[in-house]
Ligand binder design. Structure first.
Ligand code: ADP
Ligand code: ZN
Ligand code: ZN
Length: 762
């Protein structure tokens, strides 16, 4: 008999030792349920089961229960027939959703690894918003593309000024010319108005819904795989047959046909009765991506994404639980999908930051995919053109099998990349080099389009010498120092090292030190001077307000009426512009000098991505990268497209300084409006942590101000734990904090926010 109010930490015993029918074998009917609630209190709660609900209350089921004066929803952990706690209240109702035993186990792991309660973790796995309710359905029917060949091209030209209609036509073509109307309006997000406009032009026709098609009838040989693709598919197929945990890294340059490999492996799994999860980064959920999968899997597939409502997500959830849907495609939360007979998880663009959840429990979907693979004996494929250092290292250590697609399909060449030294080439008073201006001129002259990318990483103000390129760095961390206006100091936000700001460059004694780069507006003005009358489209935080703002701009550019697209990070991803011949990177510095140990890795990944925008069709594209640090190893390997060599060098640095993947980090932010109190609490906490968990290979760094010292009127201090902590130690970290705030009687004046395996440091 288990104790009534169990600490969450011991839930493992119950979860793993019990089968769902365990209770029913006993003669006495259970009358109490032990429930995990979505609150940061490390215990479980006991509720009575009213007889009329007895049928539905099982371990894993979501229930509505009273908590104080409100109602909250929790997950039933186990049933029991006796309890000695007083004042037990009854369960109010039983929800529509539940967690399978396998997902219970995964949730438990999320809670212990990321340092939250089971109930909090469960909110990510199966949000309470997933519930049965009437879903507003668009009118049914099947849309069919009514134009092809030359007629399609004519339609494309005619629709030039209406980018949404153009996007719809392309999506239709991409998915084979026929989809349900519902797919267009609900998954792809086109309004009925847009669809009607295209119907009116007789480019799309609507037919009544046809019988659900079966996998066997779909034309399977859209493309003939090349040898490398064949080899990869075969290895994946063998692995899924083995029914053991088999992790892979599919390393393939951009445009090498990775998606084609995913599609074949997934098809094989599904034909053999298995199920499949495909994770894509947030931004990739464009109609074209969905359309490609839809073409192959039709109704066997579900798409889930954050713009869907709870009831819509519930519909997809139910189709998965009932085995009707065999493949799910979506961003990070799709990793928790209840697909039946799961065999394969694909993580596309595995290095992408959007796999990290920003809110509690701040999980990383790639990590979850691997843990789920381990728990359920799955094949897990991580795919990328620029794999993360973590995955790269695991592959190097032979923990993952490496699959490789070294060439672009059909021999499209990689772009030519030139690294330009701004110390020598800068045109005085501008942000341009002579080389870039010359190339722009040539490109404009031949009627081509160009993308200019201004690398800007928000608030970090590092110090750089404009004469020699020297950058102020921490002597302990090899990370740029951040300029803090308060006190005029340069600080390492990682270890807390601080020094006074400098009047001149210590390398060359020039006094031309600058703190931040220029903005896009300034560059737009430069462009107007150099190329009067040329149509420049600017894309940055100011011009892209609204959820769809950046899409609108990208569509404008795709329509061809602008010659230059100028923008920040947003221009690097998600669209395919056949007309782009030249990509210019104005300042490769900002990312590289960003105070983060991942900055070199990110720079390489980002520049590879943006380079991929140049010359995707036909002729070879050109890329010009402007930098004050042309000798940095990032650039020498970028130029030759040698990611392997880059990573080997990068990993040496990481190893030397004991950064991930050679250590783990937990970063914690203490936040308060009361600066003095914040300092006292955080100091005391860091001290306690040093005493309790500090040991060889576990260092407690800080407190130190993070990059953003003050946010929304609150002060922030950061403490970083570097080293491998056990689940118990992680819990201890939070417990020590609670003890200190209790002892100092601070009430709720100081907030704690922690992040296990942080991907960013704000
Ligand atoms: P990646 O995901 O690696 O960037 P994709 O799978 O998107 O590459 O492939 C790029 C393009 O090449 C797609 O349009 C795809 O249909 C096409 N493609 C993929 N494999 C082949 C092949 N073996 N032969 C011809 N075209 C292919
Ligand atoms: Zn200098
Ligand atoms: Zn430091």
């Amino acid at each position: 008999v288990s104790p009534p109010n169990l600490p969450a930490g011991s839930s493992k015993i119950i979860l793993f030792g019990m089968r769902p029918d365990h209770i029913n074998q006993k003669s006495k009917k259970p009358t109490y349920a032990i429930v995990a609630l979505p609150i940061p209190v490390d215990r479980l709660f006991t509720y009575a089961i009213p007889p009329e609900l007895a049928e539905g209350v099982r371990p894993g089921v979501r229930v509505e229960v009273p908590l104080g004066r409100r109602t909250t929803s929790g997950i039933v952990i186990e049933l029991t027939h006796q309890s000695d706690v007083g004042g037990i209240r009854p369960i109010k109702s039983v929800g529509d959703t539940h967690l399978s035993p396998a997902l219970m186990k995964l949730t438990d792991w999320v809670a212990s690894y990321y340092g939250c309660t089971f109930g909090e973790a469960a909110q990510s796995v199966i949000p309470p918003s997933f519930r049965q309710a009437k879903v507003k359905r668009s009118a049914g029917g099947f849309a069919r593309l009514a134009v092809s060949g030359a007629a399609f091209t004519r339609a494309e030209e005619e629709v030039g000024r209406a980018p949404k209609q153009l996007r719809l036509l392309h999506a239709m073509k991409e998915c084979g010319g026929a989809v349900e109307v519902r797919t267009i309006t609900e998954e792809w997000g086109f309004s009925r108005t847009i669809l009607n406009q295209v119907i009116k032009k007789t480019w799309i026709s609507i037919e009544p819904v046809v019988e659900r098609s079966h996998l066997g009838e779909i034309d399977r040989d859209v493309v003939t795989l090349n040898t490398d693709q064949e080899l990869s598919v075969q290895q994946l197929i063998d692995a899924t047959g083995s029914r053991t945990f088999s992790p892979f890294l599919l390393y393939g340059v951009t445009g090498s046909g990775k998606t084609e490999v995913y599609l074949r492996a997934a098809r094989h799994v599904i034909v053999n009765g298995g199920g499949c999860i495909v994770l894509v980064p947030e931004i990739s959920l464009l109609p074209q991506a969905i359309a490609r999968y839809r073409k192959h899997f039709q109704n066997e597939m579900a798409v889930v994404h954050s713009r869907m409502t709870g009831p819509e997500r519930y519909d997809a959830w139910k189709r998965m639980v009932e085995g009707e849907c065999r493949l799910v495609l979506g961003p990070r939360s799709a990793v928790f999908s209840p697909i039946q007979n799961l065999r394969l998880i694909i993580v596309d663009e595995e290095q992408d930051d959007s796999y990290k959840q920003g809110e509690k429990p701040r999980y990383h979907a790639r990590h979850i995919a691997l843990m789920r693979g381990k728990f359920e004996d799955l094949t897990v494929v991580l795919g990328s053109a620029t794999p993360s250092a973590e995955s790269y290292e695991h592959t190097h250590k032979k923990r993952y099998t490496r699959l490789e697609l070294p060439d672009r399909v059909e021999g499209v060449p990689m772009p030519r990349i030139d690294i330009v030294d701004m110390k020598v080439e800068r045109v005085e008073g501008t942000s341009f080099s002579k080389t870039l201006l010359d190339r722009l001129k040539t490109c404009l002259g031949s009627g081509g389009q160009s993308i200019l990318f201004l690398n800007k990483r928000g608030h970090a103000r590092y110090v750089q010498c404009s004469a020699c390129g020297w950058v102020a760095q921490c002597k302990h961390c090899d990370i740029s120092l951040t300029f803090h206006r308060i006190g005029g100091t340069l600080r390492c936000h990682f270890c807390g090292f601080s020094q006074n700001a400098l009047p001149a460059c210590p390398e060359c004694s020039a006094s031309r030190l600058f703190f931040t780069g220029v903005g896009t507006q300034r560059i737009e003005l430069d462009l107007q001077t150099f190329f009067p009358g040329v149509a420049v489209l600017r894309m940055d935080a100011d011009t892209t307000s609204g959820k769809e703002g950046h899409l609108r701009i990208l569509e404008k550019f795709a329509s061809g009426s602008y010659s230059i697209l100028l923008g920040t990070q947003m221009v690097t991803k998600g669209h395919h512009f056949p007309g782009v011949q030249l990509v210019g990177v104005l300042n490769a510095e900002d990312e590289l000098n960003f105070p983060d140990f991942r900055s070199a890795e990110r720079t390489f990944q980002q520049l590879t991505q943006v380079s991929g925008r140049a010359g995707r069709v036909g002729r070879r594209g050109e890329v010009v990268v402007q930098t004050y640090m042309p000798d940095h190893y990032v650039f020498s390997y970028l130029k030759t497209n040698d990611y392997d060599k880059f990573m080997n060098e990068e990993l040496k640095v990481r190893k030397l300084l004991k950064y991930p993947p050679y250590s783990r980090l937990v970063s914690a932010l203490c936040i308060s409006k009361d600066k003095e109190l914040l300092e006292r609490v955080t100091e005391a906490w860091a001290l306690t942590l040093r005493r309790t968990i500090g040991r060889e290979n576990v260092a407690v760094l800080g407190p130190t101000p993070p990059i953003i010292e003050r946010l929304k009127g609150s002060y922030r201090l950061q403490v970083m734990v570097k080293g491998h902590l056990t689940a118990r130690e992680k819990r201890g970290v939070v417990e020590r904090f609670n003890e200190i705030t209790l002892r100092m009687k601070t009430g709720r004046a100081v907030d704690l926010r922690w992040d296990v395996d942080p991907q960013s440091f704000y």
